[in-house]
Design a protein around this ligand. Structure first.
Ligand code: M6R
Length: 369
């Protein structure tokens, strides 16, 4: 059932192009407009929403963090993202015009379920983004947008994450579409880019051998740091979470702009630091700032592992290891930038002799608070 792969995780990483394509299937019409009929919240209500609140745990929370950038940019609706386990215990401000989005692969995560129940008690509408048909979270929500990743068996989430991102982009674009924003043309262009993205994920997967080699070469290190900015920041958090779960290594993700506020003190000779570089097009200021960060950490002895767009030559002099990803619109970059981090963590787990599909102390779905 592992389809010739040694681990479910490898199989699920390889299935990502299909999972992404399947999640888009039937949701973009011939005119390039989104048709999210499943979102059974009436359009007039969607137009009234004054706040989006995303609740989720673990990897799904990272998808939510990325969604915030997309939702606020394309819809201009304020969006908060919160760990489901923290959310209801702080008496959050919710009302009938708040849209709460609960993201969960399993649909059974107790923390997320309790958060959505709390939101509904406050009169908010809840939209679930879920991978498991008929599970508790979608059953208790007002509407559901299913991700079509297929069953995910490995404890470490991979294909579910990419499809959660796709679903989040669809919701953001759809909200933009029904409300009409000044980004109309951009929304159309992004829908086109999104429909091409599965091919880009495929291309990334074809170039992963150097990433596996690199993972084996750092298997005896104690710490790996991950840096990113903008949507690259949650990608860094996700890269670090994968490493904790699978390699049992100390791994931390930081917003690169925070380096000088503390984390740079951690840098030691030879410490691997993975840096997710934003596109030099689009938000180029951020790109240039991160290139300076790479120089700074390298000057302090870090082994720099740089994930950068094809054609971005500015990073070359400062990268001890360079991982190329295809050029994408800024907001979509996580769909390609996360893949090398999954491969990296999986290979490190193998190199360290860890159980890949069933990491110690973890369960696939966490049904207790
Ligand atoms: O089923 P869910 O998406 O609600 O699960 C949430 C987290 O427990 C899950 O993403 C966890 O962090 C994964 N093991 C990460 O790889």
């Amino acid at each position: 059932e592992k389809g010739g792969y040694d681990y479910f995780m490898l199989k699920e990483i390889a299935e990502q192009p299909k999972a992404v394509a399947d999640t888009l299937l039937g949701r973009i019409d011939a005119a390039g407009l989104l048709t999210l009929d499943e979102v059974r919240i009436p359009v007039h209500e969607l137009r009234e929403i004054d706040k989006v609140v995303i609740v989720a745990c673990g990897t799904a929370f990272h998808a939510g963090l990325i969604a915030k950038y997309a939702i606020e940019h394309w819809t201009r609706i304020p969006c908060e993202v919160e760990l489901a386990s923290e959310f209801r215990y702080r008496d959050p401000i919710l009302g009938a015009r708040s849209l709460v989005i609960a993201i969960s692969q399993s649909g059974e995560t107790m923390d997320t379920l309790m958060a959505l129940r709390h939101a509904r008690e406050q009169g908010s509408k809840v939209l679930a983004i879920c991978n498991t048909n008929g599970s508790t979270i979608p059953r208790e929500s007002d509407a559901v947008l299913y991700t079509h990743a297929g069953p995910e068996v490995a404890v470490a989430s991979t294909k579910a994450f990419l499809t959660q991102l796709v679903a989040c982009y669809l919701v953001a674009l759809y909200l933009g579409q029904v409300r009409g924003t000044k980004w109309g043309d951009e929304i159309q262009a992004v829908i086109r880019d999104l429909s091409q993205i599965s091919g880009e994920v495929e291309r990334v997967l074809e170039t992963m051998e150097p990433v596996r080699e690199l993972a084996r070469s750092v298997a005896s290190k104690n710490t790996v740091l991950f840096l990113g900015r903008h949507v690259g920041y949650p990608v860094a958090l996700e890269g670090a979470l994968k490493l904790k779960e699978l390699a049992y290594m100390h791994a931390e993700g930081f917003a690169a702009g925070e380096l000088k506020h503390g984390p740079i003190a951690l840098i030691e000779e030879g410490m691997p630091v993975v840096v997710v570089v934003p596109s030099p097009r689009g938000r180029s200021v951020l790109h240039d700032k991160i290139v300076s960060n790479i120089q700074e950490i390298r000057a302090r002895g870090a082994m720099t592992i740089v994930i950068a767009e094809e054609g971005d030559e500015t990073v070359v002099p400062y990268a001890d290891h360079l991982i190329r990803i295809p050029a994408t619109p800024t907001l979509l970059q996580p769909l390609v930038a996360t893949v090398p981090l999954q491969v990296f963590a999986c290979e490190l787990a193998t190199a360290r002799g860890n159980e890949v599909d069933q990491p110690r102390n973890l369960a696939k779905s966490v049904t207790v608070e």
